[in-house]
Design a protein around this ligand. Structure first.
Ligand code: ZN
Length: 482
């Protein structure tokens, strides 16, 4: 692994590199190109959403001497801004410079003209930390700044910035980065940095980062310490959180009304020393997905990038409940306070499992948690076997190709275009499992290589299995053009 932190290495240098915040990027870009910018900006929003990064890119763009793509990275100012000798962009952390004297010193520096760029730009981070007097001193300059001065203020606590300051600024509110944007960006980084990571582990990192790109990249950096494949288990261990299987198993016990088993699963995880608040969030998060799945019936469309195992688990659990019951099951969890202790969680398990609605008869006997785990492991969550008397043929595959594409594009939007390059060539009964093996051929060698990857093959297998409601394993072959 390289020695520069990934987060610093992947810090955006142009507007195009910025992840998320697209409305803000567009407004600022237009403003810079049209030269209609203001002399003071206020960026507010949660930590890790890219305020300081955007401020730096904006500052470099305003100072860039190019007429086209700003910042160009080529001109004297852009090149200079990468060096220590560049004084036209000045960053101040208000958290450690809170007093009026600091602001006076800053204002003195506004008298100097820019050296390389068009403006002297002051980026003030965490501006809400200024004292009252410091804000008063800043206000005077903000009211009538010298024409060559621009202020970009950033804050995580918008409410603490005085109204008088806000009214002098052009304001932009930053949003949390979406899970989809975050996953896509992490995927790019992992690929370029040659970090071997399972797609499910990648999604887990994105989810754990709770909307902060900085958190997500740092987390990836910490886990990718060696060349070993990063899977979900490694992420769970690193974070000290309950395993995904145990969360799913617990939810199963709630749906089945198996209070004792639920309590045992929780206590096992507790003994492993997992984070309790995280456990609550995970159970609640899973039940929430299940509720959406039950009510909308379109879970794959609501959550992008959902892996096959999770999708199968939700489909399986949706069968065990209905809208009315799942709302009652989720309630005790939704009512838990952030400070909930283990007794609160045990009570939630008791209340929640009493609310279950049984479409199928209850399980006959009490199982030990080990057995529960075994009976519920993801490998067993394969689609229901299709009890047909006739075998599937290539003709069946051809006839239902469009249905297969409809299912595939739920998970892979460009799936229809890609599948134009494949054709089914052979289907046989699987000798080991109750299902089929389907061979697809393509004369595009690169595509064939790409689809040798396990996750891609699994995606196709999943979509075929869903279409025909029986397990179908896909193999990919390359055939050269005649
Ligand atoms: Zn430039």
């Amino acid at each position: 692994m390289n020695s520069i932190a990934l987060y610093r290495k992947w810090r955006p240098h142009t507007f195009e590199d910025i992840i998320g915040q697209q409305p803000i990027v567009r407004s600022l870009q237009n403003m810079v190109m049209a030269n209609t910018h203001r002399h003071a900006f206020l960026f507010s929003g949660p930590r890790g959403t890219g305020k300081t990064t955007m401020a730096r890119v904006l500052a470099r763009a305003l100072n860039c001497q190019s007429d086209t793509t700003r910042p160009c990275g080529q001109c004297l100012s852009c090149q200079g801004s990468q060096t220590e000798q560049y004084h036209d962009i000045i960053e101040i952390d208000a958290a450690s410079n809170t007093g009026v004297d600091n602001v006076r010193e800053l204002i003195e520096r506004t008298q100097f003209h820019p050296e390389m760029g068009r403006f002297r730009i002051f980026i003030i981070d965490e501006v809400h930390r200024f004292s009252g007097n410091a804000f008063d001193a800043l206000l005077k300059t903000l009211e009538e700044p010298p024409p060559h001065v621009i202020f970009i203020l950033a804050t995580t606590e918008y409410e603490k910035v005085p109204l008088t300051i806000k009214s002098r600024c052009l304001e932009f509110t930053f949003q949390l980065i979406t899970l989809a944007d975050m996953t896509t960006h992490l995927k790019t980084i992992a690929h370029r940095e040659k970090i071997r990571i399972d797609p499910a582990a990648l999604t887990m990192i994105a989810r754990e980062a709770t909307g902060s790109m900085r958190n997500a990249i740092s987390l990836l950096d910490q886990i990718a310490l060696d060349d070993r494949l990063i899977d979900v288990r490694r992420v769970e261990d690193h974070l000290g959180i309950a395993s995904r299987d145990s969360i799913w198993n617990l939810c199963d016990t709630l749906l089945n009304g198996q209070t004792a088993e639920g309590l045992l699963i929780f206590n096992q995880e507790k003994d492993r020393g997992i984070s309790i608040p995280h456990f609550v969030r995970s159970v609640l998060g899973h039940l929430q997905m299940l509720m959406l799945s039950v009510i909308t019936g379109q879970i794959a469309e609501v959550y992008a990038d959902m892996d096959v195992d999770l999708l199968a688990c939700l489909e399986d659990q949706s069968e065990k409940t209905d809208a009315e019951a799942i709302i009652k099951i989720i309630e005790p969890w939704a009512n838990l306070q952030p400070s909930a202790t283990s007794i609160d969680i045990e009570l939630a398990i008791c209340h929640s499992s009493k609310m279950s609605f049984r479409r199928t008869p209850p399980q006959p006997s009490i199982q030990s948690p080990d057995q529960t785990r075994q009976t519920l492991k993801p490998a067993d969550r394969k689609p229901q076997t299709h009890h047909s008397t006739t075998d599937l043929t290539l003709q069946d595959i051809d006839q239902r190709w469009d249905d297969f594409i409809d299912i595939l594009i739920q998970r892979s939007p460009s799936g229809d275009q890609i599948m134009e390059h494949f054709s089914p060539s052979r289907i046989t009964r699987s000798e080991t499992a109750d299902g089929y093996i389907l061979s697809l051929t393509t004369n595009d060698q690169k595509l064939a290589d790409r689809f040798q990857e396990k996750t891609r093959k699994e995606l196709l297998s999943w979509a075929f299995s869903e279409t025909f409601k029986c397990p179908i394993t896909v193999n990919i072959f390359y055939v050269s053009r005649k």
